[in-house]
Every structure is written in structure tokens, then in C-alpha cells.
Ligand binder design. Structure first.
Ligand code: N2P
Length: 616
């Protein structure tokens, strides 16, 4: 040690210094460049993230009016604060116990404390979900906080223990010798000495909690959406500078708090005041600025496909009923099914496709609809009522219908009329497929001239081989954003559901949509109320609201998906009614096939599809 120090001024280190300096500069640049870029682009006028179009504060102003982002930030802060308090308290107590008490099996206990730090997060997440479902705990704030405490407390123990290990026990003995009792000694000697460790632990827990995505996405119910979960769902419909703005704010606030804590640790209490105060003020912003719907506490939890309802439709319902609607989004029927089967997500309204209605019914997961509360059912076209999957519509009210075909860029690929275009080697790397077992295998089956409800294993394996063969051409599998990816020109052909293509076509005249000549899938998606829904009356009010002619027309106009509502048709602009991407011709309708529940064969579809995706 001494030798090393003595060597320092001998002329070797100054020569090395510039190189070392450059190296460290590079490392820091590597670490911080993404953050600088993010902060810079939060002031970018353009909506696209990649090109600079001039300076603006607009995204920050927009943020102040975005109830969803601010609400999520509020939730994140609440969760992080409670988690920090609880985990730091428990962690400190456990650290003291492990360090001080002469415990039997100390080594085992040591190991057990650190285990949650090394267990893969996804394992922790699913086991927590299972546990909560097992004990019948509703997903919400409580489950998020419990989960966060569970995975952060180990970190708190480790950090506080590190401080305790360098602790001079004679100080405590001296206090006791001078007559202080154990409590007094703890408060006046031990606590002040380990305080920096406790603060460090608290900061660590706070940081871990506030940025957790994986665990939270498993155990958060509706209404407990945290910022990372919200950002992820926004990313699905394109990153906006608003996200950059909220991240920059969060970053600035936490950095200020860190500077405060650092100064405090060095005994510069006064100098800590300004940064800590500013940091806290920034964090308080969402609590004062957040626009809240005057809901009087009444809420409705709707779990629906992404791109399936416009904010203005939701807002009208909120205003009319003085409630707050929590929207949670999914992109596959299977995701919906998994969430509902887990049994503890407090949803009031779901929007499954017809074949999923069959499954939910078979498993007794839906409650009957009270038709007397749904007077606007009368608006529906009889063609969509009384279908085999739900005779008499006792459980489901059709919401929208549509098709799955191919969207493409005319200037790039010319005219398309067959599924085989998605297998054309000329378009290698320019093809997008849905991330959906039934739809992808369905397209391959159609290409083979087979039914997309095929139950025959040999036929299904042939379809699987086609998808494997196609894989090198596929740029990405995506069920949420496919229309945007196509419109951006990143891909030239995309399998997808019609509505989103129809909307994109309004802005991009080069885009076209086709129902291939071999046939395609038809879907009817309905609103249903799951068993155990916390607000069944409001759920009925919502369903009936969507059945009103004006609302149904608005949904059709804003989403591009077709309406089963006869009364709404009259309210639609003529151009929209003539749009074949939205309302197919008789001849095209004749080529469509409705997906059915395949019972035990479903598992085979899922397995074959998983194999396709995991193939390299
Ligand atoms: C909306 C997806 C359409 C639903 N993003 C297909 N059933």
C-alpha cells in the first residue's frame, strides 16, 4: 500500500494520465450518451425521434395535460416511497440481526438473503403472480408494493450490513459503560453511525422500485400502472418525445436528490437543502399538476385490444357518467385469456374474439348480460347476432368486426392478390407477420388451400414448414404496430388486421390492403363482462354506450374497424362506407372464414408457433 503511494509521484503516472483520462472519458461518454440524446430529443420539435427539427418546450407542456402519464408517474412514486420505507426498515432490522445476533445456521441465512438478488426476475415475477392468485389477492397497488418489497429488501440488507461490518463496537460499549441503556445507545450511537448506509440502501431501493418493469407488469392490476409499464404500452404505438420529456424530468429529479444525499453524507446539511428541495419539488409535480377526472372514486376497468377505442370515446363516457375509465391493452387473444384465467385481475369489460368467447364460456368465466340494461342492442345488425359461439347473445355484445389480410406499399411491390407474396424472395427482409399463432398458421393454411380451423396434425405441420421457410424473409413479428412499420417504409408487406391499415391509408396514399384470393380470416370481437367483475352495472352502461349509433360510428371512424351496428352505418361518411378495406365486397365476404375454438388442438397450434419463433 505504502509502496504504491510512494511510487505515484515518480514520474510514471503523469505520463500515463492523459491516456487514462481519455479512456475514462470514453467510458463515461459510453455510459451517458444515451441519456444526453434522450434529454436533447425531449426538446425536439419533430414527432419522430431520429431527426432534429428545432427547439420546443411543447412536449413538457403536453405532459402536464397527459393524465395517463402523470397518473402512472404518481403511481410509480407512491409505490417507490412505500417500498423504500418498508424495505429499508426491514432490511436494516435484518442486517442488524444477521450481524449482531449469534444465529444458528448463519451461513444458510446469509445465502437465503442474497438469493432473491440472483433469481431471474421473470421467475420471481411469475412465482409472485402465482402466489397472489393462490391466496386470492386482487392485483393492484398492494400486490405491486408487496412484490417490490420482496425483491428489494435483500439489497437493503446487503448495503446496511456492509456499513455494520466496518463498525467500531467499542463506541457502543463506551456508551453503555457511561450508563446509556440499549435503546439510547442505539438511537444516539449506532443509528447515527450507520445512517449513511441506511440512506444508501434507501436510495438503492427507490431506484430499483421506480424502474422495475418485469415484476410490475406481472402483478399490477388496472389502476396500478406504473411509469415503466405505461411507457412500454406507449412505445407499442410509437415512441413520442413526451416519453423523453417524462424520463428527463425523472432523471433530473433523481440526480438532484442524489447530489443532496451525497452532500448530506459529507455533513454539508445546508448545501444539501437546495438540490434536495428542487428534486422533491420536481417529484411533487405530478401530484399537483395531474389532471384528474372528477370521478368521485367510481372506476371502470376495461381490458381491450390496442388501437380499438379512441381517447375521445372514452372521455365522453367518463364525462357522461362522472367516472374514470382505466384502459388496459393487449395484442393477442391469448394474452387476454391468460390474464383472465389467472383469475385475479379486476376487469369489468373485456373484448375477446368469438372463438375466445367460446373458451371463456366453457370455463365459466363470464357472467350473463342483463339485456334490460342494454336497450341499444336493438341497433345491431341481425347478421352478427345469435351466432353459434353464443346463442341468443346471452354473454356477448358484438363490438367491431374485421378481417386479416395484407397491407402493402404499391410503389414497392406492385399489385398483390395472394398470400404467396409474403413468401416472395424478392421481398426478403421487407415482410412483417403478426405475432399470433392462429393468424400466422391461418395464413399458411390458406396458402395451402386449407381451412384455418384445420385440426389435422399433418396439415398443420405442413403449414408450420411454410412459416419456417418464410422466416428468413421476415423482418419482424408484430401485432401492435404493424401499420406504422409499414407506413414508415421499413417493411413493404405486412400481415395485419384491416382497421389499422385503413387508418394508415388515410395518411399514406401509397398503402393498400388486400384480402388474398385464397381466402382470409374474419373476426367478430365482442364486449363481455367477466365473472367477479367489480363494477358490473357500470360495465353494462359502458357496453350500451358503445352500442349507441353515434358511439359505434365514432369507433368505426376512429379505429378503421367495421361496425356491426346498423344504426351507425347511416352516420358514416359515404367515403368510409365505400372503403373496401373497412367494408369488404360481397365477393370478398364470401372468401372469409370465422375462427373457431379448436379445443384440445389449440395447444398444438401454440406449440408449432412457438417452434417457428424459436427457430434460428
Ligand atoms: C386491434 C386488433 C384487431 C383485433 N389492434 C383482431 N381480433
Amino acid at each position: 500500500m505504502e509502496r504504491a503511494e510512494a511510487r505515484a509521484p515518480d514520474g510514471r503516472s503523469p505520463r500515463r494520465a492523459p491516456r487514462l483520462f481519455a479512456l475514462s472519458l470514453f467510458v463515461y461518454l459510453f455510459l451517458y450518451a444515451p441519456i444526453f440524446v434522450l434529454a436533447a430529443f425531449s426538446f425536439n420539435r419533430g414527432r419522430l425521434t431520429a431527426a432534429w427539427e428545432g427547439f420546443t418546450f411543447d412536449w413538457y407542456l403536453k405532459l402536464l395535460h397527459n393524465a395517463h402519464v402523470l397518473g402512472a408517474l404518481r403511481n410509480s412514486l407512491l409505490v417507490a416511497l412505500v417500498t423504500t420505507t418498508v424495505a429499508t426498515l426491514f432490511g436494516t432490522a435484518a442486517a442488524l440481526a444477521l450481524e449482531r445476533a449469534r444465529l444458528r445456521r448463519a451461513a444458510l441465512l446469509d445465502g437465503l438473503v442474497t438469493l432473491p438478488m440472483v433469481v431471474p426476475e421473470i421467475v420471481l415475477a411469475s412465482s409472485l403472480l402465482l402466489l397472489f392468485a393462490g391466496v386470492g389477492l386482487r392485483l393492484g397497488f398492494a400486490t405491486v408494493i408487496l412484490a417490490h418489497v420482496a425483491f428489494t429488501v435483500s439489497y437493503a440488507v446487503v448495503v446496511v450490513r456492509a456499513r455494520l461490518q466496518g463498525f467500531d463496537a467499542s463506541l457502543e460499549e463506551a456508551a453503555m459503560d457511561l450508563g446509556a441503556g440499549p435503546l439510547r445507545t442505539f438511537v444516539h450511537v449506532t443509528l447515527p453511525l450507520i445512517a449513511p448506509g441506511i440512506v444508501a440502501a434507501a436510495l438503492m431501493v427507490f431506484a430499483l422500485s421506480i424502474d422495475d418493469y418485469v415484476v410490475t407488469s406481472f402483478v399490477a392490476g388496472v389502476g396500478a400502472t406504473t411509469l415503466p409499464v405505461q411507457i412500454y404500452s406507449m412505445v407499442k404505438s410509437g415512441i413520442t418525445p413526451e416519453i423523453n420529456a417524462v424520463s428527463t424530468l425523472l432523471l433530473t429529479a433523481t440526480s438532484l436528490l442524489l447530489v443532496g444525499a451525497w452532500r448530506l453524507e459529507r455533513g454539508r446539511g445546508r448545501a444539501a437543502l437546495l438540490p434536495a428541495g428542487l428534486g422533491l419539488a420536481l417529484l411533487a409535480l405530478p401530484f399537483v399538476a395531474a389532471p384528474r377526472a372528477s370521478s368521485g372514486g367510481r372506476e371502470l376497468n376495461v381490458y381491450i385490444w390496442s388501437n380499438y377505442i379512441a381517447p375521445e370515446t372514452v372521455r365522453r363516457f367518463e364525462e357522461r357518467h362522472g367516472v374514470r375509465v382505466n384502459l388496459d391493452l393487449y395484442d393477442t387473444n391469448e394474452a387476454l385469456l391468460a390474464k383472465v384465467q389467472a383469475g385475479n385481475a379486476p376487469y369489468d369489460v373485456l373484448c375477446p374474439s368469438s372463438y375466445i368467447v367460446e373458451i371463456l364460456l366453457a370455463q365459466n368465466l363470464l357472467q350473463p348480460l342483463d339485456h334490460s340494461a342494454l336497450p341499444h342492442l336493438a341497433n345491431l345488425d341481425a347478421r352478427f347476432l345469435d351466432r353459434p359461439y353464443d346463442r341468443g347473445n346471452r354473454y356477448s355484445a358484438p363490438y367491431v368486426w374485421g378481417t386479416c389480410g395484407i397491407g402493402y406499399l404499391k410503389s414497392r411491390v406492385g399489385r398483390v392478390d395472394s398470400w404467396s407474396a409474403l413468401w416472395d424472395a424478392r421481398f426478403a427482409g421487407r415482410v412483417l407477420m403478426l405475432d399470433d399463432a392462429r393468424e400466422t398458421l391461418g395464413a399458411a393454411l390458406k396458402r395451402l388451400g386449407l381451412s384455418l380451423n384445420t385440426r389435422d396434425e399433418q396439415a398443420l405441420r405442413r403449414a408450420q414448414r411454410l412459416l419456417v421457410e418464410q422466416k428468413p424473409l421476415v423482418r419482424t413479428y408484430d401485432s401492435s404496430n404493424y401499420h406504422d412499420v409499414l407506413a414508415s417504409g421499413d417493411v413493404w408487406l405486412a400481415q395485419g388486421w384491416n382497421g389499422q391499415f385503413a387508418k394508415a391509408m388515410e395518411r399514406h396514399p401509397d398503402l393498400a390492403y388486400v384480402l388474398p384470393k385464397e381466402g382470409a380470416s374474419l373476426f367478430i370481437d365482442s364486449l363481455v363482462v367477466p365473472r367477479g367483475a367489480p363494477h358490473p352495472e357500470l360495465a353494462h352502461a359502458f357496453i350500451d354506450f358503445t352500442l349507441e349509433a353515434e358511439t359505434a360510428a365514432e369507433i368505426c371512424r376512429t379505429t378503421g374497424y367495421s361496425t356491426p351496428n346498423r344504426a351507425a352505418l347511416a352516420l358514416l361518411p359515404a367515403a368510409l362506407r365505400a372503403n373496401r378495406a373497412i367494408f369488404p365486397s360481397q365477393e370478398e365476404l364470401g372468401r372469409l372464414e370465422l375462427m373457431e375454438d379448436l379445443r384440445d388442438v389449440t395447444a398444438l397450434y401454440d406449440r408449432l408457433w412457438t417452434e417457428v419463433k424459436s427457430r434460428r
